[in-house]
Design a protein around this ligand. Structure first.
Ligand code: AP5
Length: 218
């Protein structure tokens, strides 16, 4: 049976960093709802205008739209051998729908919490920069690029600073996480599908723990 890996954690916990490594090293597709919404923002469509204020304030995108894009994306052929969900599910309705999707696809679900205390998260969010070409994630405090504000892999490209990575929106994102997403940890824990990794360490030891869980220690 192939696996759906649900990477969980507060905003800035390192889900995207770890999901990208799993994709690169284990060939598992990374499905990030946040990345998909940010890509939609770049389109000149009414949907982009609908999404813009939601992402700008740190609230959640409505469940029906979020579920629709996840269902569509996970139905693509590259997901047949399993995939990583980064930032989904975030609400009870999304978690319930994921159970249905898993049954339809013949997949089982495993959740991994990248556990980082709230006091560390602010610097991770406000210091984050990313390459608009390859998506490489940097941090001015913890993982600065070799040259100021320029991607190591694309020297002609200036790094992006996400619009929602300011102090005010980060605070709302953390509150939204606490109220709507944290309860899902109890749900996965109660069904014995939750693994926790200490996300305060360096990226590699965190990755090693996650990889062991994903491969069943192989
Ligand atoms: P999304 O893009 O999912 O944002 P998020 O959950 O807030 O998560 P982040 O991307 O901020 O953090 P991350 O955990 O991936 O951390 P990263 O690896 O980048 O969602 C954005 C918005 O989209 C939401 O607010 C909502 O509006 C909407 N949305 C998305 N999904 C939705 C859903 N399912 N339903 C409804 N709405 C949805 O790392 C952060 C920084 O820390 C980086 O700079 C990195 O270099 C650094 N770092 C990472 N690991 C370490 C480490 N071990 N040590 C030191 N620094 C580290």
């Amino acid at each position: 049976m192939s696996k759906i890996i649900v990477l969980m954690g507060a905003p800035g916990a390192g889900k995207g960093t770890q999901a990208r490594l799993l994709q690169e090293r284990r060939g598992l597709p990374q499905i990030s709802t946040g990345d998909m919404f940010r890509a939609l923002l770049k389109t000149q469509t009414p949907l982009a205008e609908e999404l813009r204020p939601i992402l700008a304030t740190g609230a959640l995108v409505p469940d029906d739209l979020t579920i629709r894009i996840v269902r569509e994306r996970t139905g693509q052929p590259d997901c047949l051998g399993g995939y990583i969900l980064d930032g989904f599910p975030r609400t009870t309705a999304q978690a319930e729908m994921l159970e249905k999707i898993a049954v339809e696809q013949g997949n089982e679900i495993g959740a991994i919490l990248v556990d980082v205390p709230f006091e560390i998260l602010e610097k991770r969010m406000t210091g984050r920069r990313s390459c608009p070409v390859c998506g490489e994630i940097y941090n001015v405090y913890f993982k600065p690029p070799k040259m100021d504000n320029v991607c190591d892999l694309h020297p002609d490209v200036q790094l992006n600073h996400r619009a929602d990575d300011n102090a005010e929106t980060s605070k709302v994102r953390l509150e939204t996480y606490e109220q709507q997403t944290q309860p899902l940890l109890d749900y996965y824990n109660a069904t014995e599908r939750l693994h926790r990794v200490d996300g305060t360490r360096d990226v590699e030891p965190i990755y090693n723990d996650i990889e062991k869980i994903v491969t069943g220690g192989r």
